[in-house]
Design a protein around this ligand. Sequence first.
Ligand code: NAP
Length: 262
Amino acid sequence: MNTKPSVLITGASSGIGATYADRFARRGHNLVLVARDVARMETLATRLREENNITIDIIQADLTQPNELAVVESRLRDDSQIGILINNAGASLGGSFIEQTTDDIERLVTLNTTALVRLASAVAPRLSQAGQGAIINISSAVALMPEFGLSVYGATKAFVLFLSQGLSLELAPKGVYVQAVLPAATRTEIWERAGADVDALPPMMDVNDLVDAALVGFDQREAVTIPPLHDATQWQTFETARQAMIPGFAQTQPAPRYLGPK
Ligand code: NAP
């Protein structure tokens, strides 16, 4: 009988999600893997079961499809063994905003935000009731960089960062840990899938290094983990500046610079 919480990982068929699966398997957790490509998840699961003596379930789901997403939501609501959700499935989109199609934009937003928040919403009440558990949300350093040119992708990742920070404040008092992870460029299939030639791009972080670093943040119960940011005081300074504005928002009158001519 495995006493460790099971871990449900979305986007577990490749890249960061598959690496999280490997690491939580090595830690002795049973897994539930979610993605569209069952064959790849079966191959991964066969290896991880043999190496780690754990059970692994596979759910094939396209998380942009409401009926398929609902299956994963039900599993999160009903399976009391699942104590950790890794909201990792995500995609990017090539081209500039005016080159991207409206339908592709909607699909991206659905996968990166709607699916992610629905899954968090499915599991959070049960974890709060239990007084324990964790939700890991994979955001991106692009969430902090509108200058990068990935406007829609970055906006979805800013959503994930904000949601994670808010949920951390809401759920931590109930014993539930929420972590936002902000990778920068990491060598995975996401680049080819978005139409980029990964070999033509600058060197990237290895996915093993990225996930191992993110897990150091997880073990320290850090709310926001930014593996590539070497100077941690920069994030603290940013947060301090943001929080310093908050009292200033409580005004009944517009700022003088917005008062028109009398
Ligand atoms: P990846 O190798 O392309 O993995 C993406 C995963 O998401 C795959 O397992 C894929 O599986 C799954 N997925 C894609 N569309 C899906 C859908 N409609 N329904 C269900 N699953 C779907 O890329 P990755 O870099 O590991 O990305 C993982 C997360 O890290 C994403 O949220 C990404 O935004 C974030 N991130 C990546 C980087 C980077 O540089 N790599 C940087 C910052 C943040 P199937 O194709 O089998 O469905």
